[in-house]
Design a binder for this molecule. Structure first.
Ligand SMILES: Nc1ncnc2c1ncn2[C@@H]1O[C@H](COP(=O)(O)OP(=O)(O)OP(=O)(O)O)[C@@H](O)[C@H]1O
Length: 394
């Protein structure tokens, strides 16, 4: 656990970059610091590994005051990833990743095998080991940066805009793989970004800072969307907040039976199961593969005849996924599968409205109950001790 206790940083020219910041980053979770340019995100992050020294307050890691730890020792226990990866240009990928283990005195064979294992983990082919950073794409370099930070298996990782310098599609891939990796390794991560969508996607909790380095709100992403504490946070979090909260909410909803055929079905079979314009097609494992229009089928249903626009939602997925499935299906009937991918039934958008309203009402009731707690600890916007216990719906 990393704990900021009223931490302040005033630069020698009098700029107050961080002002009495108090927050806790729980062990094994991702805490995102987000806010407009110049709000003190990078300064806050670098005070954790003492690349910048606070001028007030203190920072504790697992109850140890970082100012009492030798700074070199402190940094060895903290992985650090920055924008553009910051790789050593004249060292191979393998040597870049093995840097910290070798500094720690590991023998070369152990450091090499660790580096190769990490290349695998972050999705880099081992054939890249002997290349130099300039021979890799920006996204690949970022993966090397993450592998390098993880090499000595530090419990804490600091990440400063690690995915900002790559194009949006690569960024999304890196974010997805980062979440998958974190699911396996469970590091205590503090992640800086100026991108609120990235913060909401990656954070178990999100700290929104205002210029001057003051904490505006510390909350789980869903709460930030549904209950911004003031106009600053509401503006920063942006539009479509009500809709975006559906990405975090799950609820049971009714599904309807749907006639289906298998790939290879004949036109006669299609007509026999349904007279609707659209018929759903399953593969031999009962996984949905797409919708087909019987009128356009020549002979039998092949993959080429399938309409591929619709999305598929899972019964245990977020409500947004189910609504999207309903809205994107050419038939207007969203395809729903179980956790194993096997077809369960379909749902129309209108049948999701009641579950959506019920989940929003539950959320409001929970927020009211938290506000009415006698110690006031649930007061929204109180900087402090938010510890995330619920698994996050991604
Ligand atoms: N060495 C320094 N001396 C004086 N002021 C500084 C110094 N470093 C940063 N600052 C100022 O401190 C404030 C916070 O800077 P910081 O880099 O922490 O912000 P940030 O939120 O990370 O910004 P960005 O998103 O633009 O990277 C800014 O006003 C910045 O100009």
């Amino acid at each position: 656990m990393i704990r900021f206790e009223s931490v302040t940083k005033e630069y020698p020219d009098g700029t107050v970059a961080v002002d009495a910041l108090s927050l806790t980053a729980p062990t094994g979770k991702i805490t995102v610091l987000v806010g407009p340019s110049g709000c003190g995100k990078t300064t806050s992050l670098r005070m954790i590994n003492r690349m910048i020294e606070p001028t007030g307050g203190r920072i504790l890691i697992d109850d140890r005051d970082t100012s009492s730890i030798d700074s070199a020792e402190l940094r060895r226990g903290i992985g650090y990833v920055i924008q553009h990866a910051g790789l050593f240009p004249h060292r191979t990928i393998l040597a870049n990743i093995a840097t910290v283990p070798l500094l720690l005195g590991w023998d070369r064979a152990k450091a090499t095998s660790r580096a190769l294992e990490l290349m695998d983990r972050v999705g880099l082919p081992q054939s890249f080991a002997k290349r130099y950073p300039s021979q890799l794409s920006g996204g690949q370099q970022q993966r090397v940066g993450v592998a390098r930070a993880l090499a000595a298996d530090p419990p804490v990782m600091l990440m400063d805009e690690p995915f900002s310098a790559v194009d949006p599609i690569v960024r999304e891939q890196l974010q997805d793989e980062f979440l998958r990796l974190q699911g396996e390794i469970g590091k205590t991560i503090v992640f800086v970004t100026h991108d609120i969508d990235e913060a909401i996607k990656l954070g178990d909790q999100v700290a929104v800072l205002r210029v001057g380095g003051r904490l505006a709100q510390l909350a789980a992403p869903e709460e930030l969307l549904s209950q911004p504490v003031d106009d600053f946070v509401a503006d920063f979090v942006g539009r479509d907040r009500g809709y975006r909260t559906l990405g975090f909410r799950t609820a049971s909803f009714p599904t309807s039976a749907e006639p289906t055929v298998r790939l290879g079905a004949t036109v006669e079979e299609l007509r026999a199961v349904s007279d609707d314009r659209w018929v759903l097609v399953l593969d031999d494992n009962d996984h949905p593969v797409g919708w087909v229009e019987p009128d356009r089928v020549d002979g039998s249903v092949s993959r080429d005849a399938l309409h591929r626009g619709g999305t598929v939602a899972s019964t245990d997925g977020p409500l947004r996924q189910a609504l999207d499935a309903a809205l994107s299906a050419p038939s207007g009937r969203g395809v729903i599968v179980g956790p194993d991918g096997v077809f369960v039934g379909t749902v129309r958008a209108r049948d999701l409205i009641a579950p959506i309203e019920a989940s929003a009402a539950r959320e409001r009731a929970a927020a009211d109950a938290a506000r009415n707690e006698p110690d006031g600890s649930g007061e929204p916007g109180e900087p402090g001790e938010l510890v995330v216990t619920e698994p996050k719906a991604r």
